[in-house]
Design a protein around this ligand. Structure first.
Ligand code: UDP
Ligand code: MG
Length: 316
């Protein structure tokens, strides 16, 4: 039996990009069907992530003309990760495999063939890994490197240079649905699910049109979300640091008693001020880190939905 493939493509204000990339995606889907690799039932599933431009109108029009195109529209902008999971959950009962990819042409559509081959030879998850970062700006290259280093130091299992270009079988997605958390960081969560997996390397291209929808603030939030949803190591580091400071304070106390007893005590303004400032800083940072986790618990206990689907294109 040929597998049914759903390509899940999140879109946020991408009216400039879609007219260029959709024909490419469609061409690939058709070629795969014609070559007999995937079933005729395979589809492109676009997720409109609350765009304020004409993205949804474009998707709807395309789906009317093209049987291979489906779309869902979220009730508001929920961010890339939530848009992705919305698409994956929509697809999981209709297909055997999903491939998630960006709509801006950066994920190489030609790597899809290799991904399907890997699935056919037994892998349930295939991670698209970029072979180089030549097209990235200096800032993005280095912040990305720092991020992966930091994540690995924090003990989070991430595939180096893998973002969200990934083949996942519906079998894995069904197991994944028992991961109930609201704050999601998919690239760090799929390795936790297990199953047989492998990597496929591809060259990441430049964005075809429009601007990146990841501002530095969004990127920082994603990195923070990644760390706090995968690891409690920052809290452990605080504890360790607390122990170290306590040890130092003990030495400090001893020293001050000795100075007092030997009658050498003088007004120590500078030392007291610097110790106070140092400890004040350490305490505030520690509170901030603990606060991040408490914030996460707060959001998780509310259990609000990750997304709400407002509209779907007619798939039948
Ligand atoms: N995206 C989304 N919701 C958002 C931000 C981005 O669905 O709030 C989509 C976007 O349309 C694109 C993908 O996520 O298909 C990756 O975004 P982008 O290309 O802007 O990020 P970059 O490649 O610059 O990291
Ligand atoms: Mg992009």
């Amino acid at each position: 039996m040929k597998p049914v493939l759903y390509m899940v493509i999140p879109c946020y204000n991408e009216e400039e990009v879609l007219p260029v990339t959709v024909p490419e995606f469609l061409g690939k889907l058709r070629a795969l069907i014609e070559s007999g690799k995937i079933s005729e039932q395979s589809r492109l599933l676009f997720v409109n992530d609350g765009s304020s431009d004409s993205t949804w109108e474009i998707i709807k029009k395309l789906s009317e003309k093209q049987a291979y195109i489906e779309g869902i529209s979220l009730s508001r902008n929920r961010g890339h990760q939530n848009a992705l999971i919305a698409g994956l959950e929509e697809a999981q009962d209709k297909c055997d495999i999903t491939i998630s990819l960006d709509c801006d042409g950066q994920d190489d559509i030609n790597a899809v063939d290799k991904m399907i081959d890997e699935y056919l030879s037994g892998s349930e998850i295939v991670y698209g890994v970029r072979s180089n970062r030549d097209n990235d700006s200096f800032l993005k290259k280095n912040t990305a490197k720092l991020f992966y280093r930091l994540m690995s130091f924090m003990g989070a299992e991430l595939i180096y240079d893998h973002a969200d270009f990934r083949l996942v079988s519906s079998k894995v997605l069904k197991s994944f649905s028992s991961f109930k958390e609201v704050n999601i960081f998919l690239r760090g969560m799929f390795p936790l699910v297990g199953f047989r997996s492998t990597c496929v390397y591809y060259e990441r291209k430049k964005r075809i049109a429009g601007k990146s929808k990841y501002s530095p603030a969004k990127m920082t939030a994603l990195a923070l979300d990644g760390i706090t949803s995968l690891s409690v190591k920052p809290i452990r580091i605080i504890t360790l640091f607390g122990c170290l400071v306590a040890l130092l304070s003990f030495v400090g106390i001893l020293w001050s008693v000795i100075v007092q007893l030997t009658g050498n005590s003088v007004a120590g303004w500078a030392s007291i001020t610097s110790i106070l400032c140092f400890l004040g800083g350490v305490q505030l940072i520690s509170l901030g880190i603990i606060g991040e986790y408490i914030g996460k618990i707060y959001l998780e206990t509310k259990g609000r939905p990750r997304y709400i689907i407002e509209e779907k294109t007619d798939s039948d």
